[in-house]
Design a protein around this ligand. Sequence first.
Ligand code: DGY
Length: 331
Amino acid sequence: MAHLNRKTLLVTRTLPQASQERLDRGLDGVEVIQWKEDRAIPRSEFLKLAKGVDGILCLLTDKIDSELLDAAGPQLKVVSTMSVGFDHVSVKELESRKILLGNTPGVLTDATADTTLLLVLSAGRRLREGVDAVIQGKWGAWSPTWLLGTQLTEKTVGIVGLGRIGVAVAKRLRAFGVEKILYQGTKPKPEAEAEVGGKIEFAELDQLLKESDVICVCCALNDKTQNMFNYETFSKMKRDVVFVNTARGGIVDQSGLIRALKEGKLGSVGLDVTVPEPLPTDSELLQFPNCIVLPHIGSGTMETRTAMSEIAIENALSGLKGEALPHPHNA
Ligand code: DGY
């Protein structure tokens, strides 16, 4: 009987329009259970709705750990996250239970690299202060010395994490006339030069910290990168550095960042990611005029989010059928 083979897929949020319409039209042989409220699924609901499902399509806001997997049960075959990052998923737990994990690499590279440049330019050119001045009526006659920022021409930029997004950032930076691009990561990647379209130099972290006028964090969050940027590392940077993080908040020790900002150790800061998210409005971080915080919108374009949700659906469907995922997390 056909219905005996029908699988259930829990989707933890309303998806971008085209993908949502696809779900609403119905997926062949799949019953969709969906949390459709306009807020992240509360943990208690997640634990309840996961019970007995064969697949989960989740977001980076949904923690997938042993408690959730226990609540789901042993029939769970696939977890498909609509994100490239999967630090919210306990990969070891999934592996030990032979549950497949899919993510959405590639499609958010351009949008996230664009956001990185947006923050580099906004922080370096003091966008927040300028906009605030206009709104608060503090815009006086044109002044040769007011709100002077820093530009990228002939500067040294350090990229931490030369994955797809890091490479796309390097490529964009070249168009702004930077002099030198240093990068840091698990290993040198000379082959990336062809894609970047120019010379890039692998550097030890200390060298990158000391020499860079601009530092862009583009690496994944893991045990090695957690709190990699802290008071000590900030103290090694140039005093007028532009520091930008579009990766994960946990890569930065925020108390160390706040201390460094208070002590004037950093030129300007641009963050698309924080701990926690959302950042409470009374966070000290928001009090520094030279720190711009965006609400984790790195991949936030209609095109990219639609591409991500489509991949997430494809991963989930393949996993439910017992097939290899088109985009497994470890590809
Ligand atoms: C991801 O997919 O991991 C990004 O952080 C979303 O913008």
